[in-house]
Design a protein around this ligand. Structure first.
Ligand code: PLP
Length: 499
């Protein structure tokens, strides 16, 4: 039973029996705690703004408050839930808070959370079609729906992964196997005198997941060529062309280009149509990372973000970023599933089935175990509808534009990158202050704002200068929260400048 004042499970009297000697707890135990937890979650969401956005803790404090060893004997679930509240909650940074503007702000929306609960209860592992046909087929349907909603044309083979990092890794693995004569899958890369070093190209603003993918795939970090950006942070295609030509002349083998539609730092969109023309001419794989900004294409008038993607070989968009789907949902589409299959298909006897008809998703990725991710995306797409999603994204973009306009009109503040979506990068630089001192001042402003607990922003560097990022993406964020962020920045700047 929950304590009425603190809404915590009462410590002394456990309302449910302890763990039975064998087997799981009875469903009644789930019902008892489940109802209480639903109430707890409801209250958490209703009162989320009473929490400081940023975790109020110090490194090691949470771990230090927990026992060094797992318990030898069963503990009452009430006691465990109390510890969640007392020990863990102070160490939670509240990504569900509408004042969360850091990194790329996200949401586990109500339909998404309901689906997660169901997926956990079903606990299917959709590693092959037969192990849960509905999971596989709903995933096929959902990625097809999403492709339609984003306006993707032509044939795409889609799947859901945990993160854009995995999606990009799979895409580049497919790129590596796209030319069967390289036979990297079979023979590896090391010690090959017949195989030139393979090169991948991306802009200097591409996400670090691209770096990690080339590292994991054995291509070598130094074979990832970072192409400089122009004055609006888009990959320079003249330099891309020149680097490819130089590399060929020097004996390298260009393999793939990763273009970003919505860079992490400033949300710039690389010129994908021009890049696609180059990759087509050069015979390279083109992967488009639209993990964040791709979501805006659900609004038909914003589909320009994916212009040129018809010339790409693969595309990633993360529903867990800006499509209100709980974390752990990235959509990857490829034009050439044959290349993915060449990279990953390997069927041991114990996974062979006679059904023959269904898609076995483990054939197109490195993971076997597969949670029922499609359920949450399907719930979100249905419960909000395409128009509902588009309206929310438009509202976020409008709030970002308003915030940018206010910053621009504020002395000593500037917006340092175009605001095409819901990300605004700002910098405080009082006249006469050196850039280095202004960097330090912006860091202090950020720390002060985040310590306030009302809102949370993050930072990046633009042209080697520190800038503060305000990313709107939480479905519960309103103009009032953005106004709060604006005021928090101004207040922090005033205090820090005079200190
Ligand atoms: N690509 C871009 C453009 C991103 O902004 C991010 C994360 O912010 C990623 C990839 C990596 O996403 P994930 O955390 O899903 O791996």
């Amino acid at each position: 039973m929950f304590d009425r004042a603190t809404f915590l499970p009462a410590r002394v009297v456990s309302q449910t029996p302890p763990a039975p000697p064998l087997g799981d707890f009875p469903p009644e135990t789930f019902a008892h705690h489940g109802h209480e937890l639903i109430d707890w979650i409801t209250r958490y969401l209703r009162e989320i703004e009473s929490h400081p956005v940023l975790a109020q803790t110090t490194p090691g404090a949470i771990a230090g408050a927990l026992p060094l060893q797992a318990p030898a004997h069963a503990e009452p679930i009430d006691d465990i839930l109390r510890d969640v509240h007392h020990v863990l909650m102070p160490g939670i940074t509240h990504w569900q808070h509408p004042g969360f503007f850091g990194y790329f702000s996200i949401t586990a929306s109500v339909p998404g959370m309901l689906a997660e609960l169901m997926a956990t209860a079903l606990n299917v592992n959709g590693m092959i079609w037969a192990t849960s046909p509905a999971a596989t087929e709903l995933e096929q349907v959902t990625v097809r729906w999403l492709a339609q909603l984003l306006g993707l044309e032509g044939e795409w083979f889609g799947q859901l992964t945990d993160t854009a990092s995995t999606s990009t890794l799979l895409a580049l693995a497919a790129a590596r196997e796209a030319d069967p004569s390289l036979d990297v899958r079979g023979r590896g890369l090391a010690g090959r005198t017949d195989l030139p070093r393979l090169r991948v190209y991306c802009s200097e603003l591409a996400h670090s997941s691209v770096d990690k993918a080339v590292m994991v795939l054995g291509l070598g970090h130094e074979n990832l060529v970072k192409i400089p950006v122009d004055d609006v942070f888009r990959m320079r295609t003249d330099v891309l062309e020149a680097r490819i030509a130089e590399d060929r002349a020097a004996g390298y083998r260009p393999l793939a280009v990763v273009a970003t539609a919505g860079t992490t730092g400033v949300a710039s969109v690389d010129p994908v149509p021009a890049i696609a023309a180059i990759t087509a001419r050069e015979g390279l794989w083109l992967h488009v990372d639209a993990a964040y900004a791709g979501a805006v294409a659900v609004a038909p008038e914003l589909r320009g973000v994916l212009a040129g993607v018809e010339g790409a070989d693969s595309l990633v968009v993360n529903p867990h970023k800006w499509l209100f789907t709980p974390v752990g949902c990235s959509a990857l589409w490829v034009r050439r599933p044959d290349a993915l299959r060449r990279a990953f298909t390997l069927v041991p006897e114990y996974l062979r089935t006679t059904s023959g008809a269904g898609l076995d998703y483990h054939d197109v990725g490195y993971q076997l175990g597969r949670p029922f991710r499609a359920l949450k995306l399907w719930m979100v797409l249905r419960a909000f509808g395409a128009e509902g999603l588009a309206e929310r994204i438009r509202a976020h973009n409008a709030m970002a534009r308003d915030f940018a306009a206010r910053i621009t009109a504020t002395p000593d503040w500037s917006v340092v990158a175009p605001v095409d979506f819901s990300l605004v990068c700002v910098r405080y630089a009082p006249a006469g202050m050196s850039p280095t001192d202004a960097d330090e001042l912006n860091r202090r402003i950020l720390a002060r704002v985040n310590a306030s607990g009302a809102v949370l922003l993050s930072h990046t560097s633009v042209h080697d200068r520190i800038v503060l990022r305000l990313a709107i993406g939480n479905v519960r964020t309103t103009a009032a929260h953005v106004e709060q962020a604006y005021q928090a920045l101004l207040d922090a700047a005033a205090v820090e400048r005079s200190s």
